[in-house]
Write a protein that binds this ligand. Sequence first.
Ligand SMILES: Cc1cc2nc3c(=O)[nH]c(=O)nc-3n(C[C@H](O)[C@H](O)[C@H](O)COP(=O)(O)OP(=O)(O)OC[C@H]3O[C@@H](n4cnc5c(N)ncnc54)[C@H](O)[C@@H]3O)c2cc1C
Length: 378
Amino acid sequence: MSNIKKVLIVGAGIGGQSAAIGLKKAGFEVDIIELHKEFNVYGVGIIQQANALRALDAIGVADEAMRRGSPYGKVKLCLPHGVQIGEAGTPPIGRFPSHNGISRRILHEVLFEEAQKIGLKYRMGVSVETIDNQRDTVNVTFTDGTKDSYDIVIAADGVNSKVRKLVFGEFKSSYVGLSVWRYAFPRPANLDTGYIFFNKKHKIGVIPMTSDLCYIFLNSAEGDNPNIPEDQLVAKLKSYMSAYPVPLVQDLISQVNDAKLVNYRALETLKMPAPWYKNRVVVLGDAAHTTIPQLGSGAALAIEDAVVLIEELQKEGEAADVFDRYMKRRYDRCMMVVDVSETLGAWELLEYNDQPLPEGANMGMLMGKTGMALTAEI
Ligand SMILES: Cc1cc2nc3c(=O)[nH]c(=O)nc-3n(C[C@H](O)[C@H](O)[C@H](O)COP(=O)(O)OP(=O)(O)OC[C@H]3O[C@@H](n4cnc5c(N)ncnc54)[C@H](O)[C@@H]3O)c2cc1C
């Protein structure tokens, strides 16, 4: 085993909590800090493909996530009237189904409850102020005035990572020209799996979230200024939804009536150049690779990053050896997801702007091929 024992994790999102749980279970001394005083995770869903479940299983929470979520098969790809034209998703891996739909809030709770069970203490409302990243130790001062030293620091603080900025410099995410709208609903009785309906101006997904709940996501192109005033959110989302005659969507429109429940976001992407480590600081999840959600795989990558890093930390070697092995196992796979997602997004954008797609562009085929690639061992 390496001589790394004491670890600071910055950021208690999906990646940070996964790393904290796995490392604590493996016997490391773990501190985890979170910028926000309280979690305020929105109640729309997150798609967990089979590879995400496999990674959650490595830290011992896949069964609870499936019990509280909603396992389902491949996603049916359909025309706006409902005629099926294909299917997509990662094939099942062993006992893990193609997908588990789950509310983000519930996934967070599953992770947090597991962390509490094994005695992890979160320091909420705290961030890093300074990081002195030496070859053999990292000295950290925190925003609450305290200080400590660690064998390594894991940056899991998301797309706008402060740790990344302090240690590696400035990398900015870029807006891809697309936005996503999400809204949660009581689950219709006939929602037997995930569905995506495509039309020429946007696409809408209807995704199971629990046995009682589902959510929609709708991708649209909002141009150079994607900010939409709150008082326009409900009307705009309803008008987009009305372009889909299929009853599964039509029956939901009248339930969209609270702007506060419309989760609207412009989509951004970021690729931190390799290596994702320097001396004793290593980066994982969105802080290293923020993908647009065209493959529903960003969180899966963050959990897989955590699992691989935990495995490598339990082997022999100095920090640089451990981090180098982590990079070798993670870089190409993460870039594949970010790049394919960007390609799918670029094709969507062309279509929504009435421009021709490149010759041979086939969204269903690219999604299927990438879904298959994600079943490979990590
Ligand atoms: C619209 C949308 C839909 C998506 N859908 C899916 C999906 O269906 N499936 C999927 O797998 N992925 C999906 N993703 C991607 C997924 O949400 C992210 O990849 C995932 O949340 C990344 O986890 P993370 O832990 O790396 O970062 P985050 O979830 O961003 O967590 C970072 C944490 O760090 C904290 N933090 C930030 N700054 C600091 C600081 N300075 N100090 C301390 N703490 C800090 C934050 O408060 C947060 O708790 C989607 C993303 C978007 C935008």
